[in-house]
Design a protein around this ligand. Sequence first.
Ligand code: FDA
Length: 309
Amino acid sequence: PIVNPLRNLILAAAGSDALRRLVATAPVSRDVVRRFVAGETTAQAVAVAKDLVDSGLTVTLDHLGEDTTDRSDAEASVQAYLELLDGLKSAGLTARVEVSLKLSALGQAFDERLGLDNAARICAAAEQAGTTVTLDMEDHTTTDSTLRVLDELRRSWPTTGGVLQSYLRRTREDARALSGAGSRIRLCKGAYAEPESVAFGTTHGVDLSYVQCADELLAGEGYPMFATHDPRLIEIISEQVKTHKRAQGSYEFQMLHGIRPDEQHRLAALGETVRVYLPYGSEWYGYLMRRMAERPANAALFLRALTSR
Ligand code: FDA
């Protein structure tokens, strides 16, 4: 209850151009931004991904950008992914590094067909490079559209992954529907400010739903990807995989770059597959704002950095 006003304030700030300019020109400590973001260029993204892979983790790279409103921006996004996939292939990383993308960066909001066609070009390039694509999930107004696009892409590229958010009331049913053989589904709590009509309003409701959805995915034949930093959920999932007699490698854990790195390595040392979500690109501002809205401790870290050199 105390957190919500802060969360809403930060989400509002994420859309403020004036604040974005202020932050971009303020003496932001490079270390703080770098903790969460690989850098602005493809070369930096590939280099950080390589370091993570060398340390025993796997990676999904996300070229930052969302809510594109015109075709040329959407095209620039596609080109960024094509360049990235080239870079990953040249570096020999595609066995352990895949890419995540937001359909809203590819034109989905104004033309679903364009979003699909653009995503298909990236899936084709990923296949050629020897890796896969996961479609991030955005706010609830896009869920049906994104699941339609996922379904379409999976006809040609069956390993294309999707994301479900446990805060949505609909998700348990979606998890059951998407738990079949060959599916790759990332389960997360959900990062957007959603109305109670569609989303659970309490931490308990969201967590309970996460456990129920995890159960649906583990009972199926697909490959679940558990994206959470929550120690309690990680413990519960570790029990659930035993109940479902799931072998290591038939599911994975995922966490954001820079968040709980010790836990990432602890799980990897136990033989678990751990994938780090690694964002890069010039659009880091909106991304960091959302990470802060999720967790006031991240905001404190970032704000401290803003006021010191
Ligand atoms: P939450 O933030 O609820 O924290 C629970 C507990 O975890 C805390 O009480 C604390 O104990 C511990 N914890 C959290 N952060 C910590 C820290 N920095 N240090 C120490 N302890 C900490 N969302 C979305 O809507 N669409 C998407 O496509 C994705 N994709 C995605 C990919 C990956 C790999 C991840 C990890 C997350 C996403 N998300 C997402 C974001 C997700 O929906 C969610 O907002 C965040 O992961 C935060 O929720 P958690 O489950 O991590 O725990």
